[in-house]
Design a protein around this ligand. Structure first.
Ligand code: TXA
Ligand code: MG
Length: 316
């Protein structure tokens, strides 16, 4: 594809207005959400949607999340079964994506849903993201703003490193506070956890009374996390390590001596916010073998372990 100059936009009114105009004109604009940076394009514009897949090198079979700035905008696209109403009331705006039955007159470009009769929708928690969507005046399709299969970006510098020359602009809102992607729940209509994420599955289960776990992979994509390798740094990873082997760089959690630390105090939220930043930093440093301390598999720790397992999986 031909190279373009990627502009860096500010988070003031002028920057937001320019981001909105670019999106409306069919250009691609990366922007921060409370989880990770998204690579935005007008979800109703087939050319913009096709350009998202091209810029990321993403397989066309892997559908996109549609970002909206209100529940009403979501209702214009998808059906809301009772469990979806409960979850939206409890957790939107916030780091929850729901996969819902698509309405007949949804108005989305076909590529967004990869031909499925369901659609992933999320109302991001960060004000900035919702203001950009409002300025665009259209639903915004936005996968994480990284080349397909690589580490998700939690800072504008990560977006530039991965996608510069392929997108019109990035809005630089600094580091993302949560640092791992949204939790994805299928509600079609029975609730099932499709991807652990920044919203703890325990909170969703408490809201609904119960939450079925991710079904075993069938070879068919229901969420990308079910593919083996994803979120991959260039280095190899070994998990649940107490004592690193010679030649391994320890990515520590809790009271261990390590050159890189997810959280010295053992705080899972701090660890999530640091995870992708440190994997990017280890990549930049040319680390070949990374060992990672054990991380408790509760709350946002489930999302951290999920991403680490995929990062450690054999590459295709
Ligand atoms: O936090 C997030 O969710 C970030 C920010 C930018 O919002 N976005 C994000 O998008 O993580 P992405 O594309 O990297 O991961 C979302 C995944 C897709 O890869 C896709 O497999 C799954 O959501 N998905 C989308 N539509 C789906 C559908 N109809 N059914 C099942 N899974 C779907
Ligand atoms: Mg992604």
């Amino acid at each position: 594809m031909s190279q373009i100059t990627t502009a860096t936009l500010t988070t003031d009114d002028a920057g937001i207005a320019r981001a909105g105009r670019l999106l409306r004109d069919g250009a691609l604009v990366a922007f921060p959400t409370e989880t990770v940076y998204g690579l935005g394009g007008d979800a109703t514009n087939p050319d913009a949607v096709a350009a998202i897949f091209t810029a990321k090198g993403r397989p066309q079979t892997n559908p996109l999340i549609v970002h909206v700035d209100s529940i009403d905008a979501a209702r214009a696209i998808a059906e809301f079964p009772p469990a979806a109403e409960r979850l939206a009331a409890a957790f939107w705006p916030g780091p929850l994506t729901m996969v819902l039955p698509l309405l007949a007159d949804h108005g989305l470009a076909a590529g967004v849903t990869a031909g499925l009769n369901t659609v992933a929708i999320r109302m991001p928690g960060g004000d900035l993201a919702r203001r950009i969507i409002a300025a665009a005046g259209v639903p915004v399709a936005a996968p994480s703003a990284n080349p397909s299969g690589r580490i998700s970006p939690t800072d504008a510098t990560h977006v530039i490193a991965g996608l510069s020359g392929r997108i019109a602009a990035v809005v630089d809102g600094g580091p993302c506070p949560l640092g791992v992607e949204s939790t994805i729940v299928g509600v079609t209509p029975d609730p099932v956890l499709l991807r652990p994420g920044a919203l703890p599955a325990e909170a969703i289960a408490a809201c609904l009374g119960a939450l079925a776990d991710t079904p075993a992979p069938t070879g068919q994509i229901t969420a990308p996390g079910q593919l083996a390798s994803h979120y991959a740094p260039k280095a190899s990873l070994r998990l649940d390590v107490i004592t690193p082997d010679p030649g391994e760089v320890l990515l520590g959690f809790g009271p261990v001596i390590a050159p890189f630390h997810l959280s010295e105090s053992g705080d899972l939220h701090e660890a999530a916010a640091n995870l992708f930043r440190l994997l990017h930093a280890l990549d930049a440093e040319g680390a070949a073998r990374i060992a990672v301390s054990p991380i408790p598999d509760v709350g946002i720790g489930r999302a951290i372990n999920d991403r680490l397992k995929r990062a450690a999986a054999p590459r295709p």
